[in-house]
Ligand binder design. Structure first.
Ligand SMILES: [Cu+2]
Length: 215
């Protein structure tokens, strides 16, 4: 959608919210912005140029995601499930971790595609930034990283591939929650998997971020 139309759509959504008195959580949530999750990264890199055919070769995993469902990027802040009651592993089957179990009628299913997603370089000590656009706050945040030996370019992500490396408890509403993470002795390509349990209701977010550990 051209930028002008996107702005109009945002205004229209805002008008509906004001008329209906709906809570902002209906349209504004959040995502992991650094290291960027798959759908946030694709929106950030290509949102203003998503029909550029160069994406097919420069950023093929984003290309397949845009072809599959542009709404996964326009709704970059909506990758969540509700009423999971903390049973994340029961709610999300192996192979569907990056789409939150094909949540929202499969809108984010392309995030589960196995391949060479763009990865950002990180040192072993780094931070995960979760952008809480809607100021939900958090009951907790949990950060997992794939075990050394897992190859995100060729393997589908399972729960058993992950190790918990950081967790944060109750967090007041704030736009950016910065979580320090130590990746241990990991090297090379990995997936950082972040769960954000929002506080305003039982709303759980799941983010796959592709990284390359360089030190
Ligand atoms: Cu929300």
């Amino acid at each position: 959608m051209p930028k002008r139309l996107r702005a109009a759509a945002v205004l229209a959504a805002a008008a509906v919210m004001m008329v209906g008195g709906a809570v902002p959580s209906a349209t504004a949530h959040g995502n992991a912005t650094d290291p960027p999750s798959r759908n946030y990264g694709c929106w950030d890199r290509w949102g203003a140029d998503f029909q550029n055919p160069a994406m097919a070769t420069e950023d093929p995993m984003c290309w397949q995601a845009w072809q599959a469902d542009t709404n996964a990027m326009w709704n970059w802040n909506g990758l969540y499930r509700e009423n999971v009651a903390g049973n994340h592993q029961a709610a999300i089957p192996d192979g569907q971790l990056c789409s939150a179990g094909r949540t929202q009628n499969g809108r984010y299913a392309a995030m589960d595609a196995v391949g060479d997603w763009k990865a950002v370089n990180k040192p072993r000590n780094f931070t995960v930034n979760v952008y809480d656009q809607a100021l939900h706050g958090g009951d907790y945040y949990r950060v997992y990283i794939t075990k050394q030996g897992f190859n995100p370019i060729t393997q589908s992500l399972k729960w058993s591939d992950l190790e918990l490396v950081a967790s944060v408890g109750r967090t007041p509403p704030q736009n950016n929650t910065v979580i320090p993470v130590n990746a241990g002795s990991r090297t090379g390509r990995h997936i950082v998997y972040t769960i954000w349990q929002a506080s305003h209701l039982d709303q759980s977010y799941y983010f796959c971020s592709d990284v390359n550990f360089t030190s």
